[in-house]
Design a protein around this ligand. Sequence first.
Ligand SMILES: Cc1cc2nc3c(=O)[nH]c(=O)nc-3n(C[C@H](O)[C@H](O)[C@H](O)COP(=O)(O)OP(=O)(O)OC[C@H]3O[C@@H](n4cnc5c(N)ncnc54)[C@H](O)[C@@H]3O)c2cc1C
Length: 505
Amino acid sequence: MAADRAPAADAAAEVIRTQVIVVGAGPVGLLLAAELCLRGVRVAVVEQRHGPTTESRASTLHARTMEVFDSRGLLPDFGGPPNEPRGHFGGIPLDLTLPGAYPGQWKVPQNKTESVLEEWALSLGADIRCGHRLRLIAVVQDGDAVEAETVARDGRPVRLRGSHLVACDGQDSTVRRLMAADFPGRPAGRELLRADVDGIDIRARRFERLPGGLAIAARREDGVTRVMVHESGAAVGARTGPARFEEIVAAWRRVTGEDIGGGKPLWVNRFDDENRQLADYRHGRVLYAGDAAHRQLPTGGQALNLGLQDAFNLGWKLAAEVAGHAPAGLLDTYHAERHAVGAAVLANIRAQSELLLGGPEVEPVRAVLAELMRYEPVRARLAGMISGLDVRYDFGGAAHPLRGARLPHATLRVGGSTCTTYELLRSDRGLLLVLGGPVPAAGGRWAGRVDRVAARVEPGAASGGLDGVRAVAVRPDGYVAWARDGGPEAGGLTEALERWFGAPA
Ligand SMILES: Cc1cc2nc3c(=O)[nH]c(=O)nc-3n(C[C@H](O)[C@H](O)[C@H](O)COP(=O)(O)OP(=O)(O)OC[C@H]3O[C@@H](n4cnc5c(N)ncnc54)[C@H](O)[C@@H]3O)c2cc1C
């Protein structure tokens, strides 16, 4: 493992002993911290910011993320966000509606998502320390722990020691740099400038491709307009400082002919189409999630949703590892599963970047694609990609349409009451859901790690395709480890439970 320098010996340094160190209290770090605390893991989160973020970044939660939040009972905290099924692929309109409880995309400002997750993580006991900037990381010599050092807001060094460290420190990850982690991909070729501007009155533009570039303008309910502009052919250049409002005003004028210089900028920002992915999401006791693991054009809200689902995949696996009951290789499946998903998302984002930011030469491709997208299978395939509903992990073994896919949303009758499949996932454990016939005896030996529930699909209600399915074993992140359609044999259940939950207790 590429260990950095050991933390400087400093008698005055405070030492925090924990189990997992999470670097970064963005949405990904907060969700991961909560998932670990939910399972009794002690977690210290270090965050360089002194308070909540003031940046209005991603504003879209996609269908799979909504399911994830539903399976933790968090949706009421979001207060019924508006659903907007009109998405896009590279700026070409795309209806995101798919079967499921949350079709479409849900408009939630990122700072709202962060405040819900932070409150949840704190309520579960996460030790979140703001005003702590990580400055170095070291794998201590005995090899069974990670030690990191931060600088607290008063300048004091604070040392943290835990069994694992997870870098959730965003696109310019300090951990990635200090560990010299291999981060291959493509450098930025195109740049977008963006501002939230008060006091301007311009017409809305979704993705307006003009001879000089791309212009986007959307007015929020509070009257503030978000403008984004890309000038065709403008090189990313050697930028030495942050984007300035005057640059955006000038670019907007060149592309649209309009003057927005009289407005008041509330947030000015730039981003680009750099596209990179860590070669390995795990370096021994150091793991990476969210933007620290992959960098991409933030189009269509996919970056945030991808990162949240990294955290949801990692949380239960790392908790099992820390608790000492993880089966061999469980933690390595985090890289295997999420690197593959990340690579697919980064590939679709690159394609979208070409379609959106390319010049007149991409018009013929756009026209052909727009025509193909009118065919339902094409639309549904692209909607599945963007919503995250198409994720299917390769679990090998006997084929079943559900194996490796997410547990579908369905309404069930359990005893005398009605509930949804996602309500049944609201524990820190796996689920053996028996939908007819005897409850397989094998499941009982994993009591404490897997809940056994006998239910039936509620007649006339949404079945999510579970009709005809007799039993499913579901991992704590909602993906189906094993399924059976009928017949007396429960073949493969024991192997599946051993594979994901370890030897029976
Ligand atoms: C400027 C910007 C604008 C964006 N706009 C959009 C958008 O419009 N639409 C969209 O879909 N997506 C957008 N994104 C992407 C989206 O915000 C990210 O995908 C999402 O925030 C990723 O979450 P994260 O938790 O992985 O990283 P982040 O949200 O970046 O969180 C990382 C956290 O780590 C902390 N940190 C970093 N270094 C250290 C350190 N050394 N020590 C301690 N703490 C540290 C940071 O302060 C931060 O709080 C934007 C991203 C950025 C950076």
